[in-house]
Structures are given as C-alpha cells and as structure tokens.
Design a protein. Structure first.
Length: 392
C-alpha cells in the first residue's frame, strides 16, 4: 500500500510539474506574440528548467523563436547579448527531441536564417578590419549551414579573406586562409578573385608549386583575365624569373592598358633585370630605358603614385651613383676621364632629384627618400637645400 501511495504522489508531482511547464510555455508564447520579448524570455527560461522540458520539442522551438526575435528586434544588448547563440542552441535541441517531426522542418529553416545572421555579424566586423571578430561569426555560419547540408561558399570565402587580413598580425593565420580558399577552389568556385588570392597566399608561404597549380587552374577557367596574368607575373617575380614576368605583364597590358599597377610591375621587372655581372652594358642600358618608360607610363595614369615616382628616382640615382663610383676608381692621372664621368653621373643625379623631391612632398617622413635626398644634395653641392632638409 505504501509503494502504491508513493507512486501516486510521484505521478501527481510529475503531472503538476508538467502542467506548470505547459503554463509557463504558453505564457511565454503569448508574450512572444505580443512582442513583449523580455517577459517572453522570463517565462520560456522558467519553462525549460522543468524536467519534462528535456523531451519537449515545442518548448525548445518557442525558446529558439523568442531569442531569435530578441536579436532581430535590435534588443539583444538590452535583453540578452547572447540571444543569437541561444536561439541556435534551442532550435538544435528542438530537433534533437522532436520524435514526431512536428518542428524539425521549421527549425532547420530558422537555423539557416541564423547562419545568415552570423554571416552578417561577421561582415560588420570585416568592414572595420576587425578580422579577429569576423572569423568566429563566419565559422558559425559555416557550421550551421553544414547541419542543413548547405555548402556555404560565401562564408568560406569571407572566412578566407578574414584569415588573410588577420595574417598581418598573426602569420599563423596564413595556413587557415589557405585552407578556406582551397576548400571552395576544389569545389570549382566561380569567382576569379579566389584563385588569385589563393595563389598569392601560396606564394607568400613559399609554396610555389601549389601557387603555380592554382594559377594554371585559373588560366583554364578565366583565360586572358588580367588579374590572373598579374598573379602569374607575381609568381615569376617571386621566383626571380624576370623574363617570364615581363612576358606575362606585357600580355596583361594588352588586355588592360589603363592599369598603372601593371606598368609599375613591368618597370620593376626590367629594373631587376639590370645586372652588370650577368648582362652586357648595352643590355643593361636597354633594361634601364624600358624600366623608366614603364614607370613613366604609370605616372601618366597617376602622377602621385609614390612607388613609381620613388623607383624612377632610384633608377636615376643608382645609375648616377654607379658612374660617380666608376670615376672615383680611376687612376689619379686620368683627370679628363674623371671629370667626364663625374659630369655624366651628376646629370643622372639631377634627373633623380625632382622625383625624390616629389616623394618627399608626398611622404615627408619616408627615411629612404630623406637619405637619398641628402646624398643628392651633397653630391650636387646644393648645401642650402641640404641645410633646410636637416633642419626639418
């Protein structure tokens, strides 16, 4: 008789507990429908604490909906900053205990929407270059979509870009960026930028074989695309194959003759070809002239392009300096030859001067520009200008 009495008491207690859970669940639902989210949260939080809630799909579905609306209403900071995560967790729980399948379809739909919200959160961080903040949000979007059997290529791309941005602060992020890009490249992703950015990452990481592999895939998918050609040219620049870099850059210029970066890269390639030990004086003179021409073309497109201005000045400066050094190595009795070389060297330093002064006007704190200007002023005897520069 005692056992029966205990059983009746237990059943009565369970029944009362279940009834209270249902009442709190219904109260939460009613406040939810009235958009009184703070009260809805209060009652749904109570409802899920009852033991019976552990197997009740409806209460978890309601909880997911309430927390999601708290987030989408813009009241998350006021009511619960973790509302989006809690909404996701509740919908997942609803699916887990939904034996009859009454809520699973809608829960999946809501989870897909939450994935979109995490993506948008990540995007807001990304816009302000807070890559560390963006990364976990894009990761959540990917995870949620995977649960719905959705391959979220945009989130993978955004995650790759975020890791790429974070690599400036944390070099270990490069490998994570590569993995994100590689995943969608292997899926045959249709945006050209992904291929160029992935190959650039491989180049940065000194994985040159893999970089070339991606470049070749990109060339098949996007034949004659200027960005692919630029990436390929960069590959050859990084591997010191300057003739091939020049070939690719000149092809790219044929497709896009208004891209100043192409002319700058072409000038740099010819510049790096200049080598007295490997080439004749005539060949080096040819490379010098072609480098100057390419830089000048870039400056026709943008007269304030610092790198092209600086590199042009450096070309003239180095040539002038080499000639002056040659003069200084002459025997002391070759005065006439010495004077000729000094005059010729100074002519190149004079040509370098306006470029370096322009660089100084654009970036007055650049140490390389200041050092070059001091040397030019000294060699040309422009002592007043040197005094003025030293005083600044």
């Amino acid at each position: 008789m005692k056992k029966l009495l205990i059983l009746i008491i237990l059943l009565t207690t369970v029944s009362a507990s279940f009834a209270q859970m249902k009442r709190d669940r219904t109260t939460a639902f009613n406040y939810w429908q009235k958009r009184q989210y703070e009260k809805a949260k209060e009652y749904i939080d109570k409802a899920v604490e009852y033991p019976e809630a552990a197997s009740d799909a409806k209460v978890w579905y309601y909880r997911g909906g309430i927390y999601l609306d708290i987030y989408t209403s813009g009241k998350a900071n006021e009511i619960d900053p973790q509302s989006l995560d809690k909404a996701y967790e509740a919908f997942v729980k609803s699916k887990e205990v939904d034996k009859k399948g009454n809520y699973t379809k809608d829960a999946n739909r809501q989870i897909s929407g939450i994935a979109g919200e995490f993506f948008n959160q990540g995007l807001e961080f990304f816009k302000v270059n807070d890559f560390k903040g963006a990364i976990p949000n894009f990761q959540k979007a990917i995870t949620l979509n995977k649960q719905s059997n959705i391959v979220d290529t945009m989130s993978y791309y955004a995650l790759g870009m975020s890791y790429r941005g974070e690599a400036a602060n944390d070099p270990s992020a490069v490998q994570s960026a590569i993995e994100s890009y590689r995943y969608i490249v292997d899926l045959g992703y249709s945006r050209q930028e992904v291929y160029s950015e992935l190959s650039s990452l491989y180049i940065f990481d000194k994985q040159f074989d893999k970089a070339l592999e991606i470049i070749n895939i990109a060339k098949q998918k996007f034949p004659n695309d200027a960005n692919v050609l630029i990436t390929e040219a960069n590959y050859y620049l990084q591997t010191d194959d300057f003739p091939m870099a020049i070939e690719k850059l000149e092809l790219a210029i044929q497709n896009d003759d208004s891209n100043l970066q192409l002319y700058h890269a072409l000038g740099s390639s010819y510049d790096r070809m200049i080598d007295a030990e490997k080439h004749t004086a005539e060949e080096n003179e040819n490379y010098f002239n072609k480098a100057i021409k390419a830089y000048e073309k870039a400056l026709q497109l943008d007269s304030t392009f610092f790198d092209a201005i600086f590199n042009t000045g450096v070309l003239y400066y180095n040539k002038g300096g080499d000639i002056v050094n040659e003069a200084n190595q002459l025997p002391i009795n070759e005065v006439e030859k010495y004077n000729e070389l000094i005059a010729e060297g100074n002519q190149y330093l004079e040509k370098a001067l306006p470029y370096m002064e322009k660089c100084y006007s654009l970036q007055p704190n650049d140490p390389a520009t200041i050092a070059s200007l001091k040397e030019i002023y000294t060699r040309l005897g422009l002592l007043e200008k040197l005094k003025e520069l030293n005083a600044q």
